[in-house]
Structure formats: structure tokens, C-alpha cells
Ligand binder design. Structure first.
Ligand code: 5GP
Length: 138
């Protein structure tokens, strides 16, 4: 079954387009965490960031960067959050790779917050952890 973004890409569901080329589509997020919140996605279906080929991923992030620059240049954003969720555990709700570009006007405004709370690392062997990740890189 097609996911909702495939349906948008195929024109079966309306969207508000910000950018389009042969490979990439960017649309306003229906939820608008802040004014201008945009989703950038490949037209070809990939489940998420981790399963998207590098060439396609680079094209998506290139567009995300240019949209972020436009948010600062013409929307007056003072900053931008750029993020992608991978998997339900990370909050991904649409299984089609997409990057959120969220303009920020003042700290803490709108419906978007990022909070990274430091955890107690005393029981974690950090060098060993780094080595485990390093050895997993292909
Ligand atoms: P995720 O949670 O997968 O990282 O983000 C999915 C995003 O897609 C959400 O922010 C949600 O508001 C947005 N979204 C879901 N359905 C639609 C839709 O039909 N149109 C648009 N423009 N955005 C959608």
C-alpha cells in the first residue's frame, strides 16, 4: 500500500509545494510546528534515512539546506532545526524518508521543542561503546 507521501508525490492528495525537481519534493508540513515548517523528501520511495542511497540522500539534504537558507533569508528565521526521524521508536510516523526543516524565530516558540537531557554515564564504558559503534560502520 502507498504511504501518504507517495500519494502526495503522485498527485493523489493535495499539498502545498515549496520546491520540486525530478528527484526531490518539498511541501509545507500540514502541522506547522512553526510557521514555514517544511518536509523535504525523495520522489522515489525509501522507508527512511538509513535505507536511502547516499546519492538520493545528498540531493534531499542539498534542498533542505537551500530551504533553510531561504527561511533565514526571506522568512526572517533566526535559526533552523533540521531533523529526520528513523523508526517508530524515534517518532517516525510516515514510512517514507523525509527531512523536517523547521524555522525558528525565537527560542522555545511554537509547537516544537528539542530537549536532550544528560543521562548518568558513570556505568557506561565510553571508549568501549565508541569502539563498538566504530566496528559497526560499513
Ligand atoms: P514524522 O513523524 O514521520 O517524522 O513526520 C511526519 C510529518 O508528516 C508530520 O509532521 C505530519 O504533520 C506530516 N504529515 C502527515 N500527513 C501529512 C499530509 O497529508 N500532508 C502534509 N503536508 N503533511 C503531513
Amino acid at each position: 500500500m502507498k504511504d501518504i507521501f507517495c500519494k502526495i508525490i503522485d498527485g493523489e492528495i493535495p499539498s502545498t509545494k515549496v520546491y520540486e525537481d525530478d528527484d526531490v519534493l518539498a511541501i509545507l508540513d500540514i502541522s506547522q510546528a512553526t510557521k514555514g515548517h517544511t518536509l523535504v523528501m525523495p520522489k522515489k520511495h525509501y522507508q527512511d534515512f538509513l535505507s536511502t542511497p547516499a546519492e538520493t540522500m545528498h540531493k534531499v539534504y542539498d534542498v533542505a539546506q537551500r530551504i533553510g537558507q531561504a527561511m533565514v533569508g526571506v522568512l526572517g528565521a533566526k535559526g533552523v532545526n533540521v531533523l529526520t526521524n528513523v523508526g517508530e521508536a524515534a517518532g517516525q510516523s510516515v514510512p517514507h524518508f523525509h527531512v523536517h526543516v523547521i524555522p525558528r524565530y525565537t527560542r522555545g516558540e511554537g509547537g516544537f521543542q528539542i530537549s536532550m537531557k544528560a543521562q548518568d554515564t558513570s556505568s557506561i564504558d565510553l571508549p568501549r561503546l565508541a569502539l563498538t559503534i566504530k566496528e559497526g560502520i560499513k
